[in-house]
Write a protein that binds this ligand. Structure first.
Ligand code: NAP
Ligand code: MG
Length: 500
């Protein structure tokens, strides 16, 4: 004991941890050589006859061939969803709808390891995150909305909620299965049928999900999954759907809104962000450092609500940055399937190039860059966790969404200044506040233009809590009772009121 204590005094923290690799086996995942489009409960060959390859971004290894759905395929999927809506699903009892959602939730839990491995394989995210975050949250979302399916009248008292019909849903690559759950669960709970397009680079978990739907014996055609690139998404937006739900870039969101203007189709947009994570000098500094790291390096920073702008009160700037840099040296970057990995691969070459371009612009404009020493794998798409200090508000790295593991640090002196700087962005999705004072948390929350505000924590999600943005971060909410509303029609209300 005495010896241990002595050693402890000399080196309170071991100077170097060596981790043996602890890879999760990929045996549990069975990949097809080539997939089909999931239409009417069956995998069908695309009428377009076109395919593309999907990769493992950590090795650039080819995983499978994926159909590129063309306009004819999109039309078929939408017609199939329409038929399923009209001939069965819309007349199914609410409890019946709940039954399928509960089944899906339970099957996702049972098969969570398989899904987690596949998600890491195709998306590059660390297995620790897909296992502990993506999968539990995806299942929780289905459980949560299963509970609402037969209680819509209670969710919206004195109103008459009705389904809309067919929902066209388009999702990004950063949380492929979780975004699918956010879209499909409320749509089905509200009594709609669905055509969903996953992102081009991450189609595999959505395709495996089709197997879950069959296992749950969901009636054919209620959920249809069509793969392809942006052109497939654009065709889905133009098709005969009653509602479009989109998560992705602000640029594409704007194009979709223009396309739908005047059509009467309902729309929700979940777009980008440039969140401020605001650190006051009275906060618990070490906890804040963990929150900062979780805020920006979680999922390689491929997070729309990532705390990508760090606002630090001037009085604690130096100790905080020192602690943060030290913490960065302990992040393990590498094999997404290794259970010790903290930061995995960048999702695609295209995204890597975008990150590199913005980081180069940051250096050019005069910010100071810090990257911990780090050996990156030779193949695949990688980016070292990065901190920029000396950042001016006008710099591109303070204004534009980088969507990578890159943090821009700014300072402030007073709460007013923090609010002003935090709100100085076209986005308004999320924010973080770190302080001992409860009154200050509330004062800040009232003034920050952000859909979600975390206090003394970051990147916490719960299906019961609505999520969504202001300004160029979009409109509409996902999660909670609020997340049902965009999938429901209340129009009869007004006639009732007018008719007396
Ligand atoms: P994106 O191009 O907006 O893609 C989102 C989804 O929309 C994907 O399924 C995409 O298909 C599809 N899409 C692309 N063009 C379309 C169009 N004209 N009409 C309809 N659908 C279309 O975003 P991204 O390429 O994945 O990433 C670009 C940037 O978007 C990121 O760097 C980040 O800034 C932002 N982003 C935000 C979120 C968020 O959660 N808010 C998530 C991901 C990305 P393809 O996959 O084939 O392109
Ligand atoms: Mg794209």
């Amino acid at each position: 004991m005495a010896e241990l204590e002595q050693r402890g005094e000399r080196t309170p923290v071991p100077s170097k941890w060596e981790y043996a690799s602890a890879p999760e086996s990929r045996e549990i995942v069975r990949l097809e050589e080539r997939y089909g489009l999931f239409i009417g409960g069956e995998f069908v060959e695309p009428r377009s006859e076109e395919y593309y390859e999907t990769l493992d971004p950590s090795s650039e290894e080819r995983l499978a061939e994926i159909p590129q759905a063309g306009p004819e395929d999109v039309a078929l999927a939408v017609a199939t969803a329409r038929e399923a809506y009209e001939n069965g699903w819309s007349a199914a009892s609410p409890a019946e709808r709940a039954k399928y959602l509960f089944r899906v939730a339970r099957i996702l839990q049972e098969r969570s390891r398989e899904f987690a491995v596949l998600e890491s394989l195709n998306g590059g995210k660390p297995i620790r995150e897909s296992r502990d975050v993506d999968l539990p949250l995806a299942a929780a979302h289905f459980f949560y909305y299963a509970g609402w399916a037969d209680k819509l009248e209670y969710a919206f008292p004195h109103r008459r909620p009705r389904p809309l019909g067919v929902a066209g849903q388009i999702i990004p690559w950063n949380f492929p299965l979780l975004m699918l759950a956010w879209k499909i669960a409320p749509a089905l709970a509200a009594g709609n049928t669905v055509v969903l397009k996953p992102a081009e680079t991450t189609p595999l978990s959505a395709l495996l999900f089709c197997d879950v739907l069959r296992q749950a014996e969901l009636p054919a055609g209620v959920v249809n999954i069509i793969t392809g690139d942006g052109a497939t998404g654009a065709a889905l937006v133009k098709s005969e759907v009653d509602k479009v739900a989109f998560t992705g870039s602000t640029e594409v969101g704007k194009a979709i809104q223009r396309e739908l203007a005047g059509t009467g189709k309902k729309l929700t947009l979940e777009l980008g962000g440039k969140a401020a994570n605001i650190i006051f000098d009275d906060c618990a500094l070490d906890q804040a450092v963990e929150g900062i790291v979780n805020g920006i390096y979680f999922n390689q920073g491929h997070v729309c609500c990532a705390g990508s702008r760090l606002l630090v009160q001037e009085s604690i700037y130096e100790p905080l940055i020192e602690k943060l840099k030290r913490r960065l040296t302990t992040l393990r970057v590498g094999d997404p399937l290794d259970k010790n990995t903290d930061v995995g691969a960048i999702n695609s070459r295209q995204q890597l190039e975008k990150i590199e371009e913005l980081v180069a612009a940051g250096k050019e404009e005069g910010a100071e860059i810090y990257q911990p020493p780090c050996r990156l794998p030779e193949k695949g798409y990688w980016f070292v966790p990065t901190v920029f200090t000396n950042v001016a508000q006008s710099y591109r790295i303070a204004q534009e969404e980088i969507f990578g593991p890159v943090l821009s640090v700014l300072t402030f002196r007073t709460p007013d200044e923090a609010v002003e700087k935090a709100n100085n962005t076209p986005y308004g999705l999320s924010a973080g506040v770190w302080t001992e004072k409860g009154s200050r948390i509330l004062w800040m929350a009232q003034r920050l233009e952000a859909g979600v505000i975390w206090a003394n924590t970051y990147n916490r999600f719960d299906p019961a809590s609505p999520f969504g943005g202001y300004k160029e971060s979009g409109f509409g909410r996902e999660g909670g009772r609020h997340g049902l509303e965009p999938y429901l029609d209340f129009r009869e209300d007004s006639t009732e009121v007018i008719g007396g």
